[in-house]
Design a protein around this ligand. Structure first.
Ligand SMILES: [Zn+2]
Ligand SMILES: [Zn+2]
Length: 325
């Protein structure tokens, strides 16, 4: 069942680019491409509604701690693997560790690595132009934040975009059975909570409480910090480089997303393993990748070329000499 996306999502007052000379051209969008598949989107909304169950299950330190740990692990998995590795090949790793990254990423319930990376590659090709999947300048904030991936069109997998990874049958399997890992995680958390209720009743934890905190609340938090990179990081922040899009560097979002908030840097040079280009631009994902490289789990972390680091900052509105990769 599909219904036209409500006007509040499909065509809200679109944010205007801050500089008319610099702004991508505004073009009308084909409305048929923007229909939300409500039936397939039900689990997404149910996951949000389920967070309200915290009113009944309460909280405990073990449940909140597990939620925080799972937030950190999954944000890292999305940024390091779904984004920097599968989408941009910013470092190398072994086949088994690539599979570990895919499984960790799948636990964030943002569909499979092939689906995710294929769509992201298209974003870079068309960033903030009318063919961009999720530009806030061509659909508004809510479209770029959650609307686009709930549409029938974007449930499809564009596997032709990611042929370099579709050759691995284990990745195709995981991508096809995208709810396998999240289901195991949800059941595992429930059983862990039930176990604690039996063996450590003084901790005040239950199966349902662990499920609500560790799975529902933690997942929704990961969702929305991830989505801010598509929405807010093209709206709020500083532009060091005059890329052809409206990407921005934003410290708060960089902290919440473990480095992804240096989005203007990233659009300037997407294939680098680091997105904080300078020492003061905190990039937790990159630091973690460096540590993993000491153990031989990842290698060949692609650096930012010297000419990009030394490129003079340009004032907004100046013509851009460089292209987005
Ligand atoms: Zn972007
Ligand atoms: Zn990217």
């Amino acid at each position: 069942m599909t219904l036209p996306v409500s006007s509040s999502i499909a065509n809200p007052a679109q944010p205007s680019a801050p500089n008319a000379n610099d702004a991508p051209a505004q073009h009308p969008v084909d409305p048929s491409a923007r229909q939300i598949d409500w039936l397939r989107s039900l689990p997404f909304f149910a996951l949000h509604l389920g967070c309200l169950a915290v009113i009944w299950v309460g909280w405990s330190w073990p449940a909140v701690t597990v939620a925080v740990i799972l937030y950190a692990v999954r944000v890292f998995a999305l940024t390091a693997f779904y984004h920097r590795y599968f989408s941009h090949r910013a470092f190398k790793t072994s086949r088994w560790f690539q599979c570990v990254g895919a499984i960790l990423g799948l636990s964030a319930v943002q569909r499979g690595p092939l689906w995710w990376a294929a769509h992201h590659r298209k974003h870079h090709r068309h960033s903030d132009d009318p063919e961009d999947l999720h530009s806030p300048y061509h659909g508004g904030f809510w479209w770029s934040h959650i609307g686009w991936f709930l549409t029938k069109e974007h449930f499809k997998k564009n596997l032709h975009e990611i042929k370099d990874f579709t050759k691995y049958p284990e990745l195709r399997f995981l991508d096809h059975h995208e709810m396998l890992v999240p289901s195991v995680l949800a059941v595992g958390l429930y059983l862990q909570g039930e176990g604690l209720a039996i063996w450590k009743p003084e901790w005040g934890c239950t199966g349902l409480q662990m499920f609500v905190w560790g799975f529902l609340i933690s997942t929704v938090a990961v969702y929305h910090v991830t989505y801010t990179i598509n929405s807010l990081c093209h709206l709020l922040g500083r532009r060091r480089y005059q890329t052809r899009d409206q990407s921005r560097n934003n410290l708060i979002l960089a902290l919440l997303t473990f480095g992804e908030g240096w989005h203007n840097n990233h659009h300037r040079y997407p294939s680098s393993a680091r997105q904080g280009f300078f020492w003061w631009e905190i990039d937790i994902t990159y630091y973690t990748l460096v540590v993993l490289s000491w153990f031989g789990l990842v290698w060949d972390l692609r650096p930012v070329p010297h000419h990009v680091l030394t490129e003079p900052q340009q004032r907004e509105g100046q013509a851009s000499p460089q292209a987005n990769a």
